[in-house]
Design a protein around this ligand. Structure first.
Ligand code: GDG
Length: 462
């Protein structure tokens, strides 16, 4: 293999402080190994798009970024990516917005990405495109003569075909995926929904082992669940910063069991339903009330999109209402925190929490669930309550799995977690940790890049 070219909406530059997500860390390790380039949007605006590249080499990884115009950001990023595809792919057609301007901007930015990255790609390079912002990019690269191996990974769910059909340009969009040699999803469920659409709506045929043919194009589709950098996270949970935040949380918990939730402030994460499930528990079990409290960390995201402003204000209202109705002189049921914390601080917070409450309505995977498991003390692990609708539930069946639509189920699970004896907590945690250790982020990217190298290149199938 010559080099690896990773393309994603945003590029996360290597940082000396290590304050980065697991995905960035994993991709950078791969890029270092394969002398690669990471290409994407800088996150900056420019008056007029020129395609000028900002190339930076840092810690063995080259990043190449471009700036986008206001209209691009509005239509492609805030528009099609975050107001059309994100809600639709999370089964929220009620808030998905279908506007031709968004679709046009999305297409234009994908073309701009293709124009700009193409000159960086050498004949033997392997190209790996990330996520829903860049679905048509592979097709745009092929139109420009790119014959390299191209892979695509979707980090979010793939919706059932009847939902996807509400998107006016669904067929054209899905057709472009056939430009890739390999497509990866987190779970068999998302993979199967993709196959359903491809076969029933586009007339594609299955040729076995995940190989799908559409006309003269052949693509392989696999389920390849992402993990976290478990070794790093376990190390961090034992480090000085995590120890300090652990102690701080234990002290402030004052003997009560802490329930923790950590989520980007996003309607897909089920935060309102979580608060209602917790409220139900408090109402059903008044005697248990002061035995526990909920710490919800929810750093705001995508604040320029209206649905995100709405969820923010409705959560504030809900937390205020629950606290107002149930708090006492010496106890507040919900600590709702609207800011982010460094990863090592979070590791200590997870470790101090007797219960991890991870209840998205839909989630491609959910890394917080895995981080919570990795941060636990093996001698006294906490209990993970996990939504059945997170991709992570497939790998973590020993969590207490709940339906996040049901406040009753959440209330019951909280009671069970609170009363669970040490032996059961240890048994469940060990089973979950085995998975978190084995199927970590390095395993994920190795599996994907190996499968991409094995795939028969499109250039040879047409
Ligand atoms: C998408 C898919 C899929 C959160 N708050 C803070 C903070 N975080 C970190 C968490 C975790 C990450 O952000 C969130 O990852 P998730 O997987 O939970 O969710 P999405 O951001 O929606 O990610 C998801 C993922 O892509 C990967 O494929 O699992 O399904 O939706 O790492 O720890 N990090 C810091 N401070 C915070 O306050 N430093």
């Amino acid at each position: 293999m010559n080099r690896l070219i990773v393309i994603s909406n945003r590029v996360s530059a290597p940082s000396a402080s290590g304050a980065q997500g697991g995905l960035a860390v994993a991709l950078q390790a791969a890029l270092r190994e394969y002398r690669g380039i990471w290409f994407g949007w800088s996150g900056e605006r420019t008056d007029e798009f020129t395609g000028a590249l900002n190339m930076v080499r840092n810690d063995g990884v080259t990043t190449a970024t471009i700036d986008l115009e206001d209209q691009d950001i509005e239509e492609y990023y805030n528009g099609y990516a975050n107001r059309t595809l994100w809600p639709l792919f999370h089964y929220r057609i009620d808030i998905a917005e279908f506007e031709r301007g968004f679709a046009g901007g999305y297409q234009r930015v994908n073309e701009r990405f293709a124009d700009t990255v193409l000159p960086l790609i050498e004949p033997d390079d392997v190209v790996w495109v990330q996520d829903y912002h860049l679905i048509p990019l592979g097709d745009e690269l092929r139109r420009r003569g790119c014959a390299n191996r191209l892979g695509f990974f979707l980090h979010i769910p793939w919706p059932p075909r009847r939902l996807l059909n509400t998107l006016p340009e669904a067929s054209e969009l899905v057709r472009t995926l056939f430009a890739y040699d390999l497509i990866g999803f987190h779970t068999e469920e998302w993979l199967q929904s993709f196959i359903d659409f491809a076969t029933q709506d586009l007339g594609a045929t299955l040729e076995g082992d995940g190989v799908i043919r559409l006309g003269d194009r052949v693509v392989r589709a696999i389920a390849c669940p992402i993990g976290i950098d478990t070794r790093e996270f376990v190390g961090m949970a034992k480090g000085p910063v995590a120890k300090a935040s652990y102690q701080q949380m234990r002290d402030s918990a004052d003997g009560r069991a802490m329930i923790v939730g950590v989520d980007r402030l996003d309607y897909s994460k089920g935060l309102e339903e979580r608060f209602l499930g917790y409220e139900r528990f408090l109402l059903e079990h008044p005697d248990e009330r002061k035995e526990l409290f909920l710490l919800q960390i929810a750093p705001p995201s995508r604040g320029s999109v209206e649905s995100y402003q709405k969820i923010r204000s409705s959560l504030e209202g809900l937390a205020g209402r629950i606290n107002g109705a149930l708090a006492d002189l010496d106890w507040v049921p919900i600590r709702y925190v609207n800011q982010g914390y460094p990863r090592d601080v979070l590791a200590g917070v997870y470790r101090a929490a007797a219960i991890g409450l991870v209840t998205p309505m839909r989630d491609g995977m959910n890394l917080v669930a895995k981080e919570y498991v990795a941060a636990q003390d093996p001698e006294n692990p906490g209990v993970l309550i996990l939504s059945r609708f997170a991709g992570a539930a497939v790998q973590l069946p020993d969590a207490l799995l709940v339906n996040p639509h049901s406040a009753e189920e959440m209330s019951d699970a909280l009671m069970r977690a609170l009363r669970m004896d040490l032996a059961e907590r240890k048994r469940r945690w060990r089973a979950m940790m085995d998975n978190v250790e084995q199927e970590d982020v390095l395993w994920w990217r190795q599996r994907f890049t190996d499968a991409l190298l094995e795939a028969v290149p499109q250039a040879e199938t047409v």
